[in-house]
Design a protein around this ligand. Structure first.
Ligand SMILES: Nc1ncnc2c1ncn2[C@@H]1O[C@H](COP(=O)(O)OP(=O)(O)O)[C@@H](O)[C@H]1O
Ligand SMILES: [Mg+2]
Length: 384
């Protein structure tokens, strides 16, 4: 029987949901008081890590294919991996420290010669640097907003070359960490204030880029090479945000205003777009997926510019995969719209990874029919 190692980072118990009493939540609610002992990043420190529920759901999907051994990606991971020597590692670990944290588990797997799922260390590190990602996209002539990187307040002059309004965000984060309505800057004073706030509180450079005023989509991709398919597009309906909120997918939109017990109806999947726009978005998404070297699966964020052209915001080669439909997790949502259930999504990723690396898995090889199976469902939804 195939031995599958499941590499993950589990959220500490009290961080399974954001702390509603935290400073940023109070700020979101209009109170600007922020205590010294509670830095603004405290509420989102572990936002990328997985909940016990997600880890169990992935484990149970993998159990249909082989024997699963949990390999928590803590400091004992290398030793645990070396002793366990699974046939393949299913990697959902977001990593512990530093700007290359997402690359560590795949790099350790490569070091021990253990096959693993998903993108390689280089792609994971590249995509966690939003500026380096955009440089690569520019080289490949894939549309992305003009930008500059601010390392310290002294760099702010550079940003004056970019036309207002501008959007600022931490260079190396995910899960909408550090993203609030204040990040949309209408003048250079606000740009300076918010950039300095992010530099100080997130301890990393700040990406300053042109604000993209158009619609936003997030797009799941499954497969490799010519077989890679874009799943039904997820459109964001920002009108469902509380009154006065800006049309951005902020930390509050993601974790505070959208709760399983009271879900925001923010996503439309399949998004209602013209066939021309859909195909323009899909081409941009696939071009970026291939240019950045993504493998097996990913989720790609797109926004339209003032002219309606799809621009790439960022690529998530370690996509969120919350199992409950009420949790509004976009890759599982897009897969469901294509007729691919949660277990089948996990299985597809594993099978694509196994096929690439010559790992034999028991059971029916569903790919490439898994990708193909998206087609009838997409056709039924008027998408193919
Ligand atoms: N250039 C931009 N113009 C307009 N909105 C943006 C821009 N960049 C980011 N956003 C908004 O901020 C959100 C989070 O940014 P993103 O780069 O996707 O960060 P994360 O890695 O946290 O998901 C996006 O979903 C989008 O709503
Ligand atoms: Mg994003």
């Amino acid at each position: 029987m195939t031995l599958i190692g499941l590499a993950y980072n589990q959220k500490p118990e009290q961080q399974t949901l954001p702390i509603s009493s935290s400073a940023d939540v109070r700020e979101a609610e209009g109170e600007n008081s922020r205590s010294e002992e509670e830095p603004p990043s405290s509420r989102d420190e572990f936002a990328e890590w997985d909940s016990p529920e997600t880890i169990t759901a992935v484990e149970s999907a993998l159990k249909k294919i082989g024997k699963v051994v949990r390999l928590e990606a803590d400091e004992d991971f290398p030793d645990r991996l070396r002793r366990t020597r699974p046939d393949i590692v299913f990697n959902i670990a977001e990593g512990l420290h530093g700007v290359n944290r997402e690359a560590h588990v795949p790099a350790i797997c490569e070091f021990y010669g253990v096959p693993y799922s998903g993108s390689d260390p280089f792609t994971l590190a590249l995509c966690l640097d939003k500026a380096r990602t955009k440089e690569t996209l520019n080289f490949h002539r894939i549309a992305t907003a003009p930008f500059t990187v601010v390392h310290s307040a002294g760099d702010l002059e550079k940003a004056r070359a970019l036309p207002l309004p501008l959007f600022v965000k931490p260079l190396h984060e995910g899960s909408s960490k550090g993203i609030t309505d204040k990040n949309l800057c209408w003048d250079y004073n606000q740009l300076a204030t918010q950039t300095e706030f992010l530099l100080e509180n997130y301890h990393q450079p700040v990406l300053v880029e042109q604000y993209l005023p158009g619609k936003e989509f997030t797009c799941g991709v499954l497969g490799n090479g010519d077989e890679a398919v874009v799943l039904p597009l997820v459109g964001m309906n920002f009108e469902t945000l509380p009154e006065g909120a800006l049309p951005i997918y902020s930390f509050d939109a993601k974790f505070v205003w959208d709760r399983p017990e009271n879900p925001l109806d923010i996503f439309e999947c399949p998004a209602k777009v013209s066939p021309t726009l859909r195909s323009a978005i899909e081409s941009t998404v696939l071009a970026a997926y291939h240019a950045l070297g993504c493998r097996d699966w990913a989720r790609v964020d797109i926004r339209l510019d003032a002219a309606g052209v799809p621009n790439l915001i960022e690529v998530n080669p370690l996509p969120g995969i919350l199992p409950n439909p009420e949790d509004n997790s976009c890759l599982p949502k897009a897969a469901r719209a294509a007729g691919i259930g949660y277990d089948e999504l996990i299985e597809s990723c594993l099978r694509y990874a196994a096929a690439r690396q010559g790992v034999a898995l028991e059971g029916r090889q569903k790919f490439p029919s898994t990708a193909m199976s998206a087609q009838p469902a997409m056709a039924a939804a008027g998408l193919a």
